[in-house]
Structures are given as structure tokens and as C-alpha cells.
Ligand binder design. Structure first.
Ligand code: 13P
Ligand code: ZN
Ligand code: NA
Length: 274
């Protein structure tokens, strides 16, 4: 099934799918282990940094082979694509979906760059996500948030022809200093204004009840990155303390297993929405 159809189906049913970032073989197997055990679909996301780290071909092939190996229904997605050129490279490499993130550009320029990516993606039958409003990036202040405006969202979706819209409704990338308060009323108005799948960025640190409330109001893709990196590295740090083991194939699986536990919990939260 194409991701577009999947998101439309989820949106109409008030359900959601988890989109997890991966960084290497171990984090990939961690998230896939969870999806496989729970028999749930999954979106595998790569940022430019992860693509640069692994190499584009390696990254996409790891993801694709992993899905097959674990028997998981899934899609490979470019997360926070910063340019038309990067989106184009990913389309050529066989991504199912690309995000063009023009959220820091003026409205008209965001429309322009997004339209360009939509036109290119069409030739590949690929799915396009864009962002309107601003979800603070890692390390940025959470204070000067710009929430997505429903009227702008409607115009943006109509003019660009995107399949999914990332909305700014009170989340931020990374962990939170204090519990986030999602703007659920605003989300309802955005959902009324546009029929496309709505995407929640900044999923790490959002309490389960708020994730569920957002999903029942139109969010159908929930992005998770920081909690995956965090549990992997924290587990490794503990595992390596006073440990002389040099066979990395004995050390890494412990951290991979912790990712699987984490992601199973998230899949449970998302699944139990309805
Ligand atoms: P977190 O790092 O807060 O989970 O956000 C993930 C994200 O939005 C990836 O695009
Ligand atoms: Zn994001
Ligand atoms: Na977050």
C-alpha cells in the first residue's frame, strides 16, 4: 500500500502510525524488532545527518532489507529535508516519501519550495510531507513557538498539493523541561481545515495521554527520535562501565533490546487510541 493511502485510511479512522528515526544497524533492528513483535506497520526515517553518516545507498538499502528481514510493512522517509536537491537525491535512491522542511522560510517561499518537491515526487509516485508553523529544533528555545494557523494550513495544502502536513501545536524536538501542553483545540481546527494526514513532530517526551488525544483529533503520524538515541546510548554507557568485553556483537544487542522495549510501548500507546 502507498503511504498516501495508508495515512488517508488512518486519518479517516482517527488512528496513527509511528515514524521512528534510525542511525545505524542496531537502532534499525531495535525499532524493527518492536514493529515485528507487535505486527504493526512503521515509517523508517532518515535525516540528512544520518544519510551523511551511513551514505545514502547504504542507509536506504539497510532500511529496505530490514523491513523484509523482519517482515514489517513499512516506508522509508526523508525527515526534515532541507533542500530540493536532497529531496531529489532521496527520490532517485528510492525513498517512498520525502519531507521538505521550509518551516523557517516566509509563507510564500515555503509554498514555492514545497510545490517544487511535490512536482518532482509525482514522477516517482512518492509521498510528500511539509511543515507549516514552527516546531523548535534540538537545542532551540521552546518559547518562541509559532503555532500553525488553520486558514494558512488550508491555503498551504491546496496550493502545494502535499500529502501530509507537519503541524506546530505545542511540541518541540528533544526532551522537555516541563511537560508539553498540546493545543488540542487548535489541532481540531486545523483538522477541519484540511483533509491531509497531520504529522506530530517532537514525539519524545510527550505523555501517552496527549499522544492519544492528538491522534483522535487528526494526527496520523507521530515522529520519535530522541528517546531512541537516548535509551540506546544510556544503555551502552551502563553496559560498558567496568566491562572489558570487546566483542561488540555481545554488547550492542542489549541496547538494541532496550530500543525494542521502548518502541513496543509507543506502539501500544498509539494502537490503543481507539
Ligand atoms: P523527538 O526527537 O522529540 O522525538 O522528535 C522527532 C522528530 O520530530 C523527527 O522529525
Ligand atoms: Zn521533526
Ligand atoms: Na520532543
Amino acid at each position: 500500500m502507498k503511504l498516501k493511502e495508508k495515512l488517508q485510511q488512518l486519518r479517516s479512522e482517527g488512528r496513527g502510525i509511528l515514524a521512528t528515526n534510525f542511525y545505524n544497524l542496531e537502532t534499525l533492528h531495535g525499532v524493527l524488532g518492536a514493529a515485528s513483535e507487535m505486527n504493526e506497520p512503521l515509517i523508517l526515517q532518515l535525516t540528512q545527518s544520518s544519510i551523511d553518516y551511513m551514505g545514502l545507498e547504504t542507509a536506504v538499502n539497510l532500511g529496505r532489507t530490514g523491513l523484509k528481514q523482519f517482515g514489517v510493512e513499512g516506508w522509508i522517509h526523508l525527515d526534515h529535508g532541507g533542500s530540493v536537491e536532497l529531496a531529489q537525491r532521496c527520490l532517485d535512491a528510492g525513498f517512498d516519501s520525502v519531507m521538505i522542511d521550509g518551516s523557517e522560510l516566509p509563507f510564500e517561499e515555503n509554498i514555492k519550495i514545497t510545490k517544487e518537491v511535490v512536482a518532482r515526487a509525482k514522477k516517482y509516485g512518492a509521498h510528500v510531507e511539509a511543515e507549516l508553523g514552527y516546531v523548535a529544533k534540538l537545542g532551540q528555545s521552546h518559547d518562541d513557538k509559532v503555532f500553525t494557523q488553520p486558514e494558512e494550513a488550508q491555503q498551504f495544502v491546496e496550493e502545494t498539493g502535499i500529502d501530509a502536513l507537519a503541524v506546530a501545536i505545542g511540541t518541540a524536538h528533544g526532551f522537555y523541561k516541563k511537560e508539553p501542553e498540546l493545543q488540542l483545540g487548535l489541532l481540531e481546527r486545523i483538522a477541519e481545515a484540511t483533509p491531509v494526514g497531520l504529522v506530530l513532530h517532537g514525539g519524545s517526551g510527550v505523555p501517552a495521554s496527549q499522544l492519544q488525544a492528538a491522534i483522535s483529533r487528526g494526527i496520523c503520524k507521530v515522529n520519535l527520535a530522541t528517546e531512541i538515541k537516548n535509551i540506546f546510548m544510556k544503555t551502552l554507557q551502563i553496559e560498558l562501565r567496568n566491562n572489558e568485553e570487546i566483542d561488540l556483537r555481545k554488547v550492542f544487542p542489549v541496547a538494541t533490546g532496550e530500543i525494542t522495549k521502548l518502541v513496543k510501548g509507543k506502539l501500544e500507546t498509539i494502537k490503543n487510541n481507539s
